[in-house]
Design a protein around this ligand. Sequence first.
Ligand code: TMP
Length: 208
Amino acid sequence: MKAKFITLDGIDGAGKSTNLNTIRLWFEQHQLPVLFTREPGGTAVGEALRQILLDPHTEVNARTETLLMFAARQQHLDSVIKPALAAGTHVVSDRFTDATFAYQGGGRDIPLSDIAVLENWVQQGLHPDLTLLLDIPLTVAQQRLAQNEHPDRFEQLDNDFFERTRQTYLNRAASAPERYRVIQSDQPLTDVAAQISHSLSQLFGYHS
Ligand code: TMP
């Protein structure tokens, strides 16, 4: 079986961490080789760029931010994601290029067509097999984020930013329904977990 590339995405406060555990459990239960990684990050240079990108005291303009996301992604693809897939290990990335379209495109107003150019240049046709998009009403996400005493450079952005970000995620999902599963993450945890497991089982051709 060709190794699968799966990504998990959504606005800050959508509950990625909790749901990553569901994905881990699913892979454990099915005894499939898998690598968990994240963006920005996943490599030494990527994690260093992440520090810069998330630091609330560092000024980064929107185009620089976009380029740094793709710089981190290039290293991540070349030294982690592609080698793992080539070795038959499935890869689950906590965020990927959908986040650049949503945050830098929708949120920061970088033209989506410019992001698509960078996407093609960096990814050379490689795309996730499945993207689990966690969707949540803004008010619920903001309540969760409000509990964080040390918000990062993104978490401190306003409602309008996240509304645009959320809408861009949803637009992308609607335009390629075969690749995305949109999961309402403000439902009871067991319901969310069941939908995630079902999506994974479908992708791998298991009956769930
Ligand atoms: P997280 O790992 O806690 O979700 O933090 C990563 C932050 O970086 C999050 O606020 C989303 C943001 N981000 C972008 O703006 N663009 C991107 O391409 C990626 C991967 C993340």
